[in-house]
Write a protein that binds this ligand. Sequence first.
Ligand SMILES: Nc1ccn([C@@H]2O[C@H](COP(=O)(O)OP(=O)(O)OP(=O)(O)O)[C@@H](O)[C@H]2O)c(=O)n1
Ligand SMILES: C[C@](O)(CO)[C@H](O)COP(=O)(O)O
Length: 241
Amino acid sequence: MSSAAVLTAAGSGTRLGRALPKALVELGGQPLVLRAAVGLARAGCIGAVVVTVPAAERDAFAALFPGGTVPGTDVPARVVAGGPTRQASVAAGLAALGDDVDVVLVHDAARCLTPPALVRAVEAAVRAGHRAVVPAVPVTDTVKRVGDAGPDGAAPVVATVPRLDLRAVQTPQGFDRALLDAAHAAGAHRAGDEAAAVSDDAGLVEALGERVWVVPGDERALKITTPRDLALAELLLAEDH
Ligand SMILES: Nc1ccn([C@@H]2O[C@H](COP(=O)(O)OP(=O)(O)OP(=O)(O)O)[C@@H](O)[C@H]2O)c(=O)n1
Ligand SMILES: C[C@](O)(CO)[C@H](O)COP(=O)(O)O
């Protein structure tokens, strides 16, 4: 049996505001999706990567994986069309995994600076018996629940949420494959609509009533969402060299 990754790269990157899909945008001269795939492959515990991409851009993405492998490694990479939501894209990726895969890591191309050590930690936690594992970092802002905004745009505070036990969740998220397949099957009716879809895979496992475990995340696993995130990622990359 082996571990594989589903690398989600089918988003458009609306908030980044570029003309091309976000995963093709370069960071330090390398597209985000390629950087993320190499990070997964270099972890040493991932036997194959399935990359979910915008259907219309399949050829452009496939060209990044010549010979069907992650460049510089012998890890097979398969490019498949994603869906209208992240949840749908992950489901498409799961459907393309080989029969020998018993542990799946789901990772965002947008978190392309994730250190290989974090990939190994998540995979090891699943192999150790935790069937659903997410990396997370403590929340440092004060978080408030708010009501509807009035005509002037101001919204009333409803409550201040105690933050001691709050965590901001990252990827890769690791799962026993049978559990993740079951979670996606049970939540399939939500996958077509952004308002109904889950924002992470662990949410589907929670909806099944199964326990999800947290391991320490890493600030370098930040999600590149806005131009400011991309600028921050450039700084983090420069720090590492
Ligand atoms: N239908 C979708 C939507 C998102 N993703 C992937 O899920 C990850 C997290 O999504 P996000 O960072 O929100 O990316 P986008 O959806 O592209 O961003 P935006 O909402 O700004 O358009 C990204 O790697 C993205 O490519 C995906 O595979 N399929
Ligand atoms: C999966 C994720 O990266 C965990 O933080 C996040 O939920 C993705 O959310 P998005 O709204 O698709 O960016």
